[in-house]
Design a protein around this ligand. Structure first.
Ligand code: SF4
Length: 380
C-alpha cells in the first residue's frame, strides 16, 4: 500500500558498548559491522522508495545511536533527504547515552539537521546506575544535559526509570526533583518491566532481586504525574511529560495516534495504517537479506477492523487525546460503560471525547479489553 502524505521514519542503530541487564531491545556489543551498517540502512531505504514518499519525523533509536559519529549520521540523513521529501520543520531526534556526549559530536549532529536530543539518564543516583548496569554516573548526566543545552538544542528529552529493586519512594522523589530542576523540555518516566530472558529476569527468578510490587509502582506513577504537573509539565501520555504542547514528541505521537511509520534496521517495526510488519532481530540475517535485495521482514500482520479498534482504544486511554465517545459507545454495553468510566474517575469528558485521568492512565492497558468485552469492573 502506498502511503499518501508524510509518515514517521525510525532508524535502529543496533550497537551498544555494554548490555544493560534489564534491556530487551535488540543490540549487540561487537562493533565489527558498525562501519558497513549505514550502507545496509541505505539499501533497505531504497526498497521503500515506491511505498513511502515523505517523512516529517525522523528518530534514531537503539541500541546506542550516539555510537555513530557525526559524519556517519550526516551521510544517513543526506541519503534520507535525497530519497524522500523531508519538510523543513521535520523533527529529527537522536537517542544519546550521557557518556558519549561532547561539544564536537553535538555540533556535528546539529549541522546535520538534528533538532531534538533524547538522553538516556535513567537515574541521577550512582548506586542505582550501577545496579542498572549503566556506564555513566549521576554527575555525567547533569553535565550532559548542560552540554546539550549549551550547544543550542532547545528540544531535550531525558528518560528516567522507576519501580526497580532497591529504589524507595524518597529516591524516586529525589530523581524527579533533580530532573525537573534541570528543566529539560521533555521527561519520560518508564516503569521498570523485567523481561524473562534478560540477566535481571534471571536474578528475579533466582530471588537475588525483588520487584517493589504493583502498589508501590502505582504510587510512584502517581507521584511522578502529580509532581511533574506541579512543576509545569504536561502529562500527555502514560510515560511522557512535556513543557508545553510544543515539546510533545511528534515522532512518538505517531505511534499513539496510529499513523504510519517506517522502521529501518534489525528488529524495527513499521505500520501503514492497516498492516504492521517487523524486521528480523539478527544483524547477520538482516545484512545477508539486504545484500540479496530482499526486505529483511520477519513477520507481518494485517489488522482487522476489530483489532484496529482495540488498538485505537488502547492508545486513546494512554494519551490526552482520549477516545471518541462513539468508539466506546458502539460496543457491547457501550453507554453504560462510558458512564462507569466517568463515575469511576477513569475519564473526564471534553468535546465529545473521553480523556483519561491519572487513574485512567494507570489502568490504560486493561481498559480497552474491558470496553470491547463490555464488562468494566471498577474494582480492578
Ligand atoms: S544502552 Fe539502551 S539499548 Fe543498550 S543495552 Fe542499555 S538499555 Fe539497552
Amino acid at each position: 500500500m502506498k502511503i499518501d502524505g508524510s509518515a514517521g521514519l525510525y532508524i535502529h542503530i543496533p550497537f551498544c558498548k555494554t548490555k544493560c541487564p534489564y534491556c530487551d531491545f535488540y543490540s549487540i556489543t561487537c562493533h565489527d559491522s558498525l562501519t558497513g551498517y549505514p550502507d545496509l540502512l541505505i539499501g533497505e531505504m531504497e526498497m521503500y522508495r515506491e511505498r513511502f514518499s515523505s517523512f516529517d519525523t525522523i528518530y534514531l533509536g537503539g541500541g546506542t545511536p550516539s555510537l555513530i559519529g557525526g559524519e556517519v549520521l550526516t551521510r544517513i540523513l543526506e541519503k534520507v533527504r535525497s530519497s524522500f521529501h523531508i519538510p523543513e520543520r521535520t523533527e529529527i531526534t537522536v537517542e544519546v547515552n550521557p557518556d558519549d556526549v561532547g561539544p564536537t559530536l553535538l555540533d556535528a549532529w546539529r549541522r546535520a539537521g538534528v533538532n531534538r536530543i533524547s538522553l538516556g539518564i535513567q537515574s541521577f543516583d550512582d548506586r542505582h546506575l550501577e545496579f542498572l548496569g549503566r556506564r555513566h554516573d549521576g554527575s555525567s548526566s547533569v553535565a550532559a544535559i548542560g552540554m546539550v543545552s549549551d550547544t543550542g538544542f532547545e528540544n531535550l528529552g531525558i528518560d528516567l526509570i522507576f519501580g526497580f529493586h532497591g529504589q524507595t519512594m524518597d529516591d524516586w522523589r529525589d530523581a524527579l526533583e533533580k530532573a525537573a530542576g534541570l528543566r529539560p523540555s521533555h521527561i519520560s518516566c518508564y516503569q521498570m518491566t523485567i523481561e524473562k530472558g534478560t540477566p535481571m529476569g534471571r536474578m528475579l527468578k533466582e530471588g537475588s532481586i525483588t520487584s517493589p510490587g504493583e502498589d508501590i509502582q502505582h504510587d510512584m506513577f502517581v507521584l511522578a504525574s502529580e509532581f511533574l504537573i506541579s512543576r509545569g509539565y504536561l502529562h500527555y501520555e502514560v510515560s511522557n511529560f512535556a513543557l508545553g504542547e510544543k515539546n510533545i514528541s511528534r515522532h512518538n505521537s505517531r505511534y499513539w495516534n496510529h499513523t504510519p511509520y517506517l522502521g529501518l534496521g534489525p528488529s524495527a517495526h513499521s505500520f501503514d495504517g492497516r498492516s504492521r510488519w517487523w524486521n528480523h532481530r539478527d544483524l547477520d540475517l538482516y545484512s545477508s537479506m539486504i545484500l540479496d535485495g530482499e526486505l529483511p521482514v520477519e513477520g507481518r500482520e494485517d489488522l482487522s477492523e476489530d483489532q484496529l479498534r482495540l488498538e485505537r482504544l488502547y492508545f486513546g486511554f494512554r494519551t490526552l487525546r482520549g477516545n471518541d465517545f462513539g468508539d466506546i459507545q458502539s460496543g457491547k454495553n457501550g453507554g453504560e460503560l462510558l458512564e462507569k468510566l466517568i463515575a469511576g474517575a477513569l475519564v473526564t469528558v471534553e468535546n465529545g471525547r473521553a480523556i483519561p485521568t491519572i487513574r485512567g492512565m494507570l489502568f490504560a492497558d486493561r481498559l480497552p479489553v474491558m470496553v470491547v468485552s463490555g464488562t468494566l469492573s471498577l474494582d480492578q
